[in-house]
Design a binder for this molecule. Structure first.
Ligand code: G16
Length: 546
């Protein structure tokens, strides 16, 4: 496209561009305001140093506004002196695929366009997340610098030119910047081949292993088709809802027991395949349900860690395990048995980055349906499904048998999360503030026969860079190992969402097969009472239970 001149456009700051748990997430209507996206992207470049001439990766989950945002970002990047941008074909790249590309290309960073599991479409959500050179979400100091810049910004730079054809694989230029449109799947697929025994999984499919994977009309469709059906030989139709749609077909691309209820029902029916699985909008979350057995994300993390050496990529064993604080303690027991350290971090994948970079942990995960390893610096939905497939192929046992054996060996952590979604923000914050003040007075007290051993506001000290993250969730820990955790979601876009995490450890195999909500009934009642949830939120019951 020859020599093109960058122009400077005057703008005014917006006051609401503080990135949350996972980048900047807002309603599409907000992102579409004049200069809104442009300001944020310019603020990203203004906060970075030494990127002139460097390579960046750009892609998203295909939601509404993905294509428009890509064109805008390309023109801003060119005006800011970026050397090359690698874009997934049609703007499609899953979050773990962006992470993998940044790492394999040794890129400076990348921009992920997604609001993850939030609904899409013109009235849905959109999001922008900046990832750094290790492939992971920018650390807090970078996101804070970006935010500070958004409050001061007075202009952005852009190259005025025609849109790039992002549907055709190939190369072009905008001014001096190279734009390469690449296959969205190939690099990620090659990485997966190095981690898992594809021959073994192929043999298992040939011998009758069955899979139903729901891509939820979101980004993993093309990846799942290519890997599960075309490469590994899962029977055609194993992958459903495989075309990424701007509005995800009107569905909520969140692979939990509410929004993927049909998979749960299938898994519990006579027609159940060996494995039902799903991933979310941007492909980093996973849902695992075996025939007749739902696997909680916390259990899945523990089971993958305990069985890691089955997979070729982890044959040498795991150096350590990390989990977010609200995730159940099931992985702690595996770490103890393996004799490796267990790190407890705040919610948010970015907190795993330093631990993975320093080689302190190999596998990490979160209760919010995320699991991953040191192969990328994001959680990875298809990775988790492949890991389960490889485990099923190697052990030649059902998901249910594997889970039961795990509980027999390690005990079961009954676990449930109760979400009070879209409650008034003032009430939710008042609840947390009041509870935080009361926490010290609870220690040593008994509630319905349960003694509070410790109650605190979780703070994390990063052992690698020495940084401290305060106010990461309120914990009430009981003498018998049970626990209730309260925190406000960092990913919602309207009102506030209160999350309450409830956990009880059961070592006795005879008591490990109760229905989860019944097994936790006393703690659930206590969780509502201790925080006076109804008084502060006007809700007598949660909106989502997982
Ligand atoms: C994001 C982060 C996750 C985190 C989750 C928590 O997930 O990447 O690490 O566990 O948010 O969400 P909340 O703050 O709502 O509890 P995702 O999949 O939305 O990117």
């Amino acid at each position: 496209m020859g020599k093109l001149r960058a122009i400077t456009i005057a703008t005014m700051p917006f006051a609401d561009q503080r990135p949350g748990t996972s980048g900047l997430r807002k309603k599409v209507e907000i992102f579409k305001q004049p200069n809104y996206l442009e300001n944020f992207v310019q603020s990203i470049f203004d906060s970075l140093e030494g990127f002139e001439g460097a390579t960046f990766v750009l892609g998203g989950d295909g939601r509404y506004y993905n294509r428009e945002a890509i064109q805008k970002i390309l023109k801003i990047a060119a005006a800011n002196g970026v050397g090359s941008i690698i874009v997934g074909q049609s703007g499609i790249l899953s979050t773990p695929a962006v992470s993998a590309l940044i790492r394999s290309l040794k890129a400076f960073g990348g921009i992920v366009l997604s609001a993850s599991h939030n609904p899409g479409g013109p009235h849905g959500d959109f999001g922008v997340k900046y990832n750094v050179a290790n492939g992971g979400p920018a650390p807090e100091k970078t996101t804070e610098a970006i935010y500070r810049r958004t409050l001061e910004i007075t202009s952005y730079r852009v190259v005025e030119t025609d849109d790039v054809d992002i549907d055709r694989i190939g190369e072009t230029t905008i001014g001096d910047m190279r734009v390469a449109i690449v296959d969205s799947v190939a690099n990620y697929q090659a990485l997966m081949q190095t981690l898992f025994d594809f021959d073994r999984i192929r043999d298992a499919f040939r011998s009758g292993l069955t899979l139903k994977f729901d891509a939820m009309s979101a980004v993993t469709g093309p990846y799942a088709r290519a890997i599960f059906e075309e490469e590994l030989g899962a029977r055609p139709g194993s992958v459903i809802n495989a075309t990424p749609l701007p509005d995800f077909g009107g569905h909520h691309p969140d692979p939990n027991l509410v929004y993927a209820r049909h998979l749960y029902d299938l898994a519990m029916s006579d027609a159940a395949p060996d494995l039902c699985a799903a991933s979310d909008g941007d492909g980093d979350r996973n849902l695992i349900i075996g025939r007749g057995r739902f696997v909680t994300p916390s259990d899945s993390l523990a089971i993958l860690a305990a069985n890691a050496t089955i997979a070729p990529g982890y044959r040498k064993g795991v150096a350590g395990i990390a989990r977010s604080m609200p995730t159940s303690g099931a992985a702690d027991r595996v770490a103890a048995k393996l004799g490796v350290p267990l790190y407890e971090t705040p919610t948010g994948w970015k907190y795993f980055g330093n631990l993975l970079d320093a080689g302190l942990v190999t596998i990490c995960g979160e209760e919010s349906a995320g699991a991953g390893s040191d192969h990328v610096r994001e959680k990875d939905g298809l990775w988790a499904v492949l890991f389960w497939l490889d485990m099923l192929a190697a052990r030649k046992e059902s998901v249910d048998a594997i889970v039961r054996q795990h509980w027999t060996s390690y005990g079961r952590n009954y676990y449930s999360r109760h979400d009070y979604e879209e409650v008034a923000s003032d009430g939710a914050h008042a609840l947390i503030d009041a509870l935080r003040d009361r926490l010290p007075t609870h220690e040593g007290k008994c509630f319905g026969g349960l003694e509070v051993a410790k109650a605190d506001d979780f703070a994390y000290h990063d052992p690698v860079d020495g940084s401290d993250s305060l106010h990461q969730g309120l914990r009430v820990m009981f003498a018998d190992g049970s626990r209730i955790v309260y925190r406000l979601s960092g990913t919602g876009t309207s009102g506030a969402t209160l999350r309450v995490y409830i956990e009880r450890y059961e070592p006795d195999p005879a008591q490990q097969y109760l229905e989860t909500q019944s097994a936790l009934a006393d703690l659930i009642a206590l969780s509502r009472e201790l925080a006076a949830i109804e008084r502060y939120t006007q809700r007598a019951a949660p909106s989502v239970i997982t």
